[in-house]
Each structure stands twice: as C-alpha cells, then as structure tokens.
Write a protein that binds this ligand. Structure first.
Ligand code: PMP
Length: 391
C-alpha cells in the first residue's frame, strides 16, 4: 500500500525556517514564520498565561476526559470579547472548544457540508491552509479577489459574490488582520457586506484568528458583530493562539449562531459527532489557562495590556515602513493602513531569492512579510535591502 503514496510538497514556510536556522549571518532577518516577536525578537509566554498556568498546576485535581466539546467554561468566558457585552444574539449562539483556529475552520466547513453546502467562496490570496482544509474535506472552493493593487480591499468583488450566491454556498471571511495581505474591510465596507449578507442565502463563516492585534479588541470585532446583527445564521471560527501567545498549545473555539435557540441542540450534537470522529477531544491545558485568565479581572487586565503592547509595536513598525514611502519600485505607504502581523510586498521570485542570498532576509515566496520580525535594530537594513532588489 505505502508504495502507492505520492510524495507531498513540504510546507514552504517550514522549509524556510530550516534555511533561516542554517544561515550563519548574525544580521539575518526572519520575516517568514507567522508568530509575534517582541522588539528583541522573542516570542515569549504571556505574563498572564504564566500566572494562570501556576494556578492550574496547584488547582487541577484530575486529568480525566472532558468530552468532545472541551472546556465549556473557556468557550463561554471568551464570548463577551468576541460578541460584545451587550450582544443580543444571546441564546442563539453556542460554541465548542477546538484544537486551535485550524480545528475550528475544519469543523465549520464539515458542518456546512452536513448542512448541504457544496461550495465555499474564498477571497484570495488567503491563508494557504484554508484551501487545503476545503480540499481535504471534499468541499469545492470558488475564489474571488480579496484586494486591489493599490493595497485596499476589493469590496465590489465580495459584494458581487454575496449577491449571486445561493443557499448551497458559504463564504469564508477574515474577521481582521487578513492573512496574508493585512488588508481588512473598513467599517463602512463591513456595513455593506453585512447588508448584502442579510439579502443573500449564502452562509457566512468568519475566521477570527487575530482579535486585538489590528486596531483594538473591540475594533477588530466590528465586522463579525455587524454581520451577526444582520444575518440569521453564521459560524465564527476563533483562534486564541496569537492573542494569548499559545501557538503550540492549540487553543480555539467554533461558535454557531442559529435562527432559533431550539436548533442549537441539533447543531451541537452534529459538532460533537464530527469532533469525536476527528480528534475526539481538544487538548485541555491551553484553553484551561485562557479560562483562568478570563475569569480573573486582574489577569484579564494584564492580558489586555500585553495584547496592546503587541498591537502598538506592530503599528510602530508599520508606521516606519509607511514613512519610508517609495522604496525603489515599491510603495510602502499602504502598509501603514494595513493590520496585524502580515502584509504582502509585490516582489517577484528573483527579488525574494536575492533578499535571502545577498541580504539574509527570509520571507515567504508569496512576498508575505511578518512585520513583527522587524525591529528598530534591523528595519533600516530591511528598507535598504528592498531599495537594492527593487531598484
Ligand atoms: N486562520 C487564519 C487566517 C490564520 O492565519 C491562522 C493561523 N495561521 C489560523 C486560522 C489558525 O490558527 P491556529 O494556530 O490557532 O490553528
């Protein structure tokens, strides 16, 4: 049997990590991997997580099974941050814990498939795993353009898709900090999207993997809340892996908003069955630590302060890049308006290869850069290298 398997191409970013690790230049710059870094280049464990973990070690009396839905205390404690304190959807939303945002996206697509959805509309470029998950589940992907060349969102493209789509289709939207472009819909654009969705039968799935890292915790939830205000049904796939720095601990949740609360038992029984057949139960530790933080006002405050530090640092880096303006043939000004960890530079393969070989600067083959890989210490070198290859 094994000899019938086709080799799969390795994940390009993982290959980049290896190349970067093997590079002996002391001034090399890693803009590839999608994790936050401090001004010193670290990806530390949050203070609030450390404190929560200490408490968990003391308090936890059993590691017996919890069930496919995971830690429901965590799922519910997160809801005010996602949906707002005064959310009126109240009884119509339920959720379950998932292994990261990836598990949540996978579960959302699998549930949509059970509900008769045959194709998912995806704005491209997108996080590469979106298309991979859709293909693996056997869901057809239909693509539309997410952004225009001038660094703004292609609002007409998304509105057209929503207007034409049927009840057998879903649309997958990024809540904030779009990966890879950093180009988010403005509040006005979200209003238009929410209105269009209210007139369409297409099922909205919103992927929120970076809340708090763009404009603010509340600001980054604007779009998804407006959509939920306007539609009858939707799903939110949520990741805590970036905004709690929990990457390897795999902390996520899937929320479903139904037309009526009476439907939620059936929804949850389907989600339970899908989770049971996929991973049985999500890993406990990370979600328990997040629950510990969210149920303690002091720890919550410290967590939010740390998210703010991250956001401010990324805004500072974006500001410096935007101020550099035109660098060779590149215009860096739009990066100042973009959000989150990522932006895409319109560089070709040769330019990206030269940045690596001649300047020790590593970025994804798509031209995506992680702005958190830049610091006051290396940003001038980066801008100089761009001027060199894009001249
Ligand atoms: N959605 C998007 C848009 C992402 O960028 C990511 C992380 N790269 C995820 C979901 C999944 O995150 P997690 O690590 O929690 O699985």
């Amino acid at each position: 049997m094994l000899d019938r398997l086709e080799p799969q191409s390795p994940d390009a970013l993982l290959a980049l990590i290896k190349l970067h690790a093997a590079d002996e230049r002391s001034d090399k710059i890693d803009l590839g991997v999608g994790v936050y870094r401090t001004k010193d280049g670290d990806t530390p464990v949050f203070r609030a997580i450390k404190a929560a973990e200490r408490r968990l070690v003391e308090k936890q009396s059993s590691k017996s099974y919890l069930g496919p839905e995971g830690d429901m205390g965590f799922v519910h404690a997160l809801m005010p941050y996602v949906f707002g304190d005064d959310a009126v959807y109240g009884e119509r939303i339920e959720g379950m814990q998932t292994p990261g945002g990836t598990g949540a996206v996978r579960l959302a697509v699998a549930l949509a498939q059970r509900g008769g959805v045959e194709a998912v509309h995806l704005g491209i470029p997108s996080w590469p795993n979106h298309a991979q998950i859709l293909a693996d589940i056997g869901m057809e992907t239909r693509t539309f353009s997410h952004a225009r060349d001038d660094g703004t969102a292609d609002i007409e493209a998304v509105l057209e898709v929503i207007a034409k789509a049927t009840a057998k289709e879903a649309i997958l939207l990024h809540a904030c900090c779009h990966n890879p472009t950093g180009i988010d819909y403005t509040n006005d654009e979200w209003d238009r999207i929410a209105d269009a969705l209210s007139r369409s039968e297409v099922f909205p799935i919103i992927d929120s993997a970076y809340q708090g890292l763009g404009r603010g915790m509340e600001e980054d939830a604007y779009g998804l809340r407006r959509v939920l205000d306007k539609v009858e049904e939707a799903m939110i796939a949520y990741s805590c892996d970036k905004n709690f720095g929990m990457y390897r601990d795999r902390v996520g949740a899937l929320y479903v908003m139904a037309k009526e609360s009476a439907q939620l038992d059936t929804v949850m029984s389907n989600l339970n069955a899908l989770a049971r057949a996929s991973w049985s139960m999500p890993p406990d530790h990370g979600a328990a630590a997040v629950r510990e933080i969210l149920s303690d006002p002091e720890l919550s405050k410290d967590w939010l302060a740390e998210v703010e530090e991250m956001r401010e640092r990324m805004r500072e880096v974006r500001g410096i890049l935007a101020d550099a303006g035109e660098v060779g043939s590149l215009d860096l000004a739009p990066l100042g308006e973009q959000n989150g960890l990522f932006s895409v530079l319109p560089l070709d393969k040769d330019q990206i290869a030269r940045l690596r070989s001649e300047h020790g600067i590593y970025m994804a083959g798509s031209g995506r850069i992680n702005v958190a890989g830049l610091t006051r210490g290396n940003i001038d070198k980066f801008i100089g290298a761009l001027a060199d290859v894009a001249s």
